[in-house]
Design a protein around this ligand. Structure first.
Ligand code: AHG
Ligand code: MN
Ligand code: MN
Ligand code: MN
Length: 337
């Protein structure tokens, strides 16, 4: 059977679903940048890319060398192509303006260049998460700088979302709004090959993902739900559950897409007033679109994540996503209070 590369998949999409050529070009450029990040990640200590900088990002996190390098790789790959009106990233305070010497295009690219940074120095899977929006016509200008408000669109407005996972295999998982496809990097050819044609999240599961060390900080609905999970078959849920927590959202979500599960990062009392640790624009929204396109569900405990109207670029959100049955259960507990 002839292998379908990412390029062939996108060209055939362009023909059959008139996926705009600019969007196809954008996805190919992002995929190429992810190959570059994969190459840098896999060098590890040999590439001088481990360890931290002496800088902090707007999240108040100490930046890893790979956070900064991955961000630069994505900016340099995308700024000249003429397909973007601007970019935004976990690692940049403000929106990135396309340099005046390059033409601007119709799309906005928002990304977490290196997700799971705490795992870099211990050789555990990390990834890149990206989200594609259209630039609103009233925000677009070839000459003036792009305001942050152009990015503040609910997740339902995403025209594409995806992630690369840098694990034993490097994979690209992508949705253009009609299902979820997985591509595995063939390092000999240097191309992403379609290996997972229609990814679906099982409706039910016996596996959950949460950082249990935060248990004492959770609100009552979360306490109730996790207690029921831990009670196993003798408890109200009537079955034993397994737990996994990789602390790379990309790796946990990839496992859930592959075999089901529920991923949770709730708000907790450690940062009163903050709705949780994860960021809406470049973690929760792209992952929620992918999960929903694969038949799963994604809420912030009370509403669908994709419906949330963002108010700022780096705003945070509580995340419950994965197998529909469990996401609906824990969301129901939040509604009961
Ligand atoms: P990032 O490395 O991009 O800052 O994201 C890390 C996130 C996410 O990948 C992961 O699920 C979560 O942080 C892990 O949080 P804890 O370390 O608090 O468990
Ligand atoms: Mn970070
Ligand atoms: Mn992240
Ligand atoms: Mn990151």
């Amino acid at each position: 059977m002839s292998r379908i590369t990412l390029s062939r998949y996108l060209i055939e999409k362009t023909r059959s679903h008139n996926t705009p050529a600019d969007l196809r070009f954008l996805i190919e450029v992002v995929a190429r940048a992810c190959k570059g990040i994969s190459h840098a990640v896999s060098k590890g200590a040999l590439g001088g890319v481990l360890g931290s900088m002496d800088t902090e990002n707007i999240q108040g996190e100490v930046q890893k060398k790979l956070d900064v390098l991955s961000n630069e790789i994505l900016l340099e790959a995308n700024e000249w192509g003429g397909h973007l009106a601007g970019m935004a990233s976990e690692e940049m305070d403000k929106a990135y303006q396309i340099p005046g010497k390059y033409p601007k295009g119709a799309y906005l690219l928002v990304f977490d260049p290196l997700d799971g940074s705490s795992n870099i120095d211990v050789n555990v899977s990390v990834g890149t998460i990206f989200s594609v929006l259209r630039c609103p016509a009233d925000s677009f200008s070839q000459n003036d700088s792009l305001g942050e408000e152009a990015f503040l669109q609910p997740g339902t407005k995403q025209v594409a979302a995806g992630y690369a996972i840098y694990g034993p295999q490097t994979m690209l998982v992508l949705t253009l709004g009609d299902g979820v496809k997985g591509f595995t990097l063939d390092r000999e050819l240097g191309s992403f090959v379609l290996t997972h044609d229609n990814i679906h999240v099982p409706q039910s599961t016996a596996e959950f993902a949460v950082n249990m060390s935060n248990q004492r900080h959770w609100e009552a609905p979360m306490q109730r739900y996790v207690e029921e999970l831990l009670a196993g078959k003798d408890g109200p849920l009537g079955k034993d559950y397994n737990m996994r927590w990789i602390a790379s959202m990309v790796a946990d979500v990839h496992r859930i897409l592959t075999r089901g599960g529920i991923f949770m990062y709730p708000r907790d009392a450690r940062e009163p007033g903050k709705p949780g640790k994860l960021r809406l624009m470049y973690e929760a929204n792209p992952m929620s679109l992918i999960i929903e396109q694969a038949g799963g569900a994604a809420t912030n405990g009370s509403e669908r994540i994709l419906d949330i109207q963002p108010e700022s670029l780096h705003q945070r959100v509580a995340v419950f996503l994965g197998s529909r049955e469990e996401v609906e259960r824990v969301t129901g507990y939040h509604h009961q209070g």
